[in-house]
Design a protein around this ligand. Sequence first.
Ligand code: DQA
Length: 156
Amino acid sequence: MNISDLKPIFVLNGPNLNLLGGREPEIYGTSTLAGVKSLCLETARTLDVDLVFEQTNHEGALVELIHRAGAEGSAIVINPAAYTHTSIALLDAIKGVDAPTIEVHLSRPVARETFRAISYVSLAAAGAISGLGAYGYALGIQAAVHLAKARAKFKT
Ligand code: DQA
């Protein structure tokens, strides 16, 4: 199978990530969300796969984006932001769709406040990348394509 036959990779971003660049730059870096999107598009281009990039501040909207990714995409890369640590709805959404999911965080939540050490999303994610800033998204997309490709081969 040609990798370009893969359905798009969905890169989904949760609350407050629209503030990147100005938001606690000592923790999250100085890249804006537009900069992160450019990096993601460039990574997808080099891997010859289409990419959908979305951000929302609303939990239900994120659930619906996961459903859409399950129907229209081949894999998910998600930074659920604060919903990582609170949302059983996101966990159930990821478990409910048939798309390998990579969890990405700019910072390293386990090395911060104790409430950030819990990730509901990790219970359903195939893998997780944290602490590498925006570069983690590029690695996440590579991992997502790898898993989607392996799955497509397995199914043929
Ligand atoms: C984050 C880490 C979360 O704990 C936090 O709530 C965020 C961003 C990260 O990318 O490091 O909003 O997901």
